[in-house]
Ligand binder design. Structure first.
Ligand code: HEM
Length: 130
């Protein structure tokens, strides 16, 4: 129960929960946040970013660490490549969203990209673990 593997997976899943779960939570409470003032959504988004990006970093580092623990000939293909692709697209979506500068299409496309590819990363991750 107390092993480095458990610690790595614990950090990986906790970081994934913050990155993806946080995005869905923010989307869900957005109507309430909008009611708190014109600048409230921006302030909440900035505060979330301070948690989300470190969590993304932890997910990437612990994910790559997990791959390094697997013998080269036992790494599942194409699952690992698909996993990396959806993780990169989730991060890219977040960047598009973050740097939208008020552009509504970029905000919507970037936000949707980040959370949907984030959910896909969870799906592929669970498939890798079972
Ligand atoms: C946004 C980033 C990421 C999210 C949301 C995410 C999510 C998850 C989740 C939910 C699991 C399932 C754990 C379980 O069911 O026990 C998982 C497992 C896994 N993920 Fe990720 N992950 C991310 C990044 C990465 C990266 C960059 C890699 C590297 C290729 C990676 C590789 C793995 C591996 C190998 C597993 C299987 C469990 C293990 O041996 O550690 N993940 N991931």
């Amino acid at each position: 129960m107390l092993s480095i593997d458990t610690l790595r997976l614990f950090l990986h899943v906790s970081a994934a929960a913050i990155w993806v779960g946080g995005q869905f939570t923010i989307a869900g409470i957005l109507p309430t946040v909008r009611g708190m003032g014109d600048d409230a959504p921006r302030q909440v988004a900035r505060a979330f970013n301070r948690m989300a990006w470190p969590a993304y970093g932890v997910a990437v580092v612990t994910g790559l660490w997990g791959v390094l623990e697997v013998p080269l000939d036992a790494i599942p293909h194409p699952e690992i490549e698909i996993k990396l692709l959806v993780v990169v697209l989730s991060g890219l979506g977040a960047l598009i969203h973050q740097f939208a500068n008020g552009n509504k299409a970029m905000l919507a496309i970037g936000g949707a990209m980040s959370s949907l590819f984030g959910a896909a990363a969870i799906w592929v991750g669970v498939a890798l673990a079972v």
